[in-house]
Ligand binder design. Structure first.
Ligand SMILES: NC(=O)c1ccc[n+]([C@@H]2O[C@H](COP(=O)([O-])OP(=O)(O)OC[C@H]3O[C@@H](n4cnc5c(N)ncnc54)[C@H](O)[C@@H]3O)[C@@H](O)[C@H]2O)c1
Length: 250
């Protein structure tokens, strides 16, 4: 119950799906949690549930593509908890289209959230982590930051960018005792994949590539995030933790 005791974690996109699971698990393991999301009712409900379970949390409405909002949210986190040790750049959106069907504004919006969001997060969290004397930044990429697949060109390009942003940041911030790693989930049961998994044919196609033959629950990824957030991963930086039931193995 204390793998991240005494630490403060900021998790983006934490109102539902995997972000909610990361926030609840980090809180259960002792962290004070800053739950952020554009979905304020659901985000507040996550923070309330954490507090009802006896842990510490606040909710901040926060669009990760908004640079000024990052500065406000981090200020609020630091003024509430004194420091921030853990950042999970989790918020992301998906677009199921090949290049020739992708509109420029769709490409830009997706990159603003999936890539620029992680860039802003890394940039503005650094002073708070330097103050803490340590830090763990966890960027949620995807199996599609490692391999390609049909009809998700902008998404896959964004997740590839997140993978290398992670390694560049790991190189730059290791001297400050700040570790930066990426997590690469496979097919996970969240609102993002509801539509895909509800369609029997599409679901069968996706799951046929998973060695374990099933989609995962968000908690199965949250444990990887918890590990990277904790001091158990003290010698890990620039690494990519794949949680995909074997999807990218063969
Ligand atoms: N579900 C999967 O199978 C899967 C697989 C690999 C990677 N991922 C990645 O994991 C992360 C979480 O995915 P999920 O499946 O839980 O997604 P989800 O759609 O279920 O939840 C995403 C959350 O992000 C929030 N969000 C969206 N745009 C935002 C913005 N501009 N600013 C702040 N918050 C915003 C949403 O409100 C929502 O709460 C994403 O980065 C996603 O790309 C998901």
């Amino acid at each position: 119950m204390s793998r991240v005791q005494g630490k403060t974690a900021l998790i983006t996109g934490a109102a539902m799906g995997m972000g909610e699971a990361h926030a609840k698990l980090l809180a259960k393991e002792g962290a004070s949690v800053i739950v952020t999301d554009i979905a304020d009712d659901q985000g507040k409900a996550v923070a309330d549930a954490i507090k009802e379970a006896g842990s510490e949390a606040i909710f901040c409405k926060h669009d990760v593509s908004d640079e000024a909002a990052w500065i406000e949210v981090i200020d609020k986190g630091v003024s509430t908890y004194g420091k921030i040790d853990i950042l999970v750049n989790n918020a992301g959106i998906m677009l199921q289209k090949p290049v020739h069907e992708t509109e420029t504004d769709e490409w830009d919006r997706l990159f603003d959230i999936n890539v620029k969001g992680a860039f802003f997060g890394t940039k503005y969290i650094l002073p708070a982590m330097q103050k803490a004397g340590r830090g763990s930044i966890i960027n949620i990429s995807s199996i599609y930051g490692l391999v390609g697949g049909p009809s998700a060109a902008a998404y896959e390009a964004s997740k590839g960018a997140v993978r290398l942003l992670t390694k560049a940041s790991a190189a730059d911030y290791a001297p400050f005792n700040i570790r930066v790693n990426s997590v690469h989930p496979g097919v996970i049961k969240t609102p993002m994949t509801d539509g895909i998994l509800a369609d029997e044919e599409v679901s069968r196609q996706f799951l046929s590539a998973v060695l374990m033959g099933r989609a995962a629950d968000p908690i199965e990824v949250a444990y990887a995030v918890l590990f990277l957030a904790s001091d158990e991963a003290s010698y890990m930086t620039g690494s990519e933790l794949v949680v995909d039931g074997g999807y990218t193995t063969t």
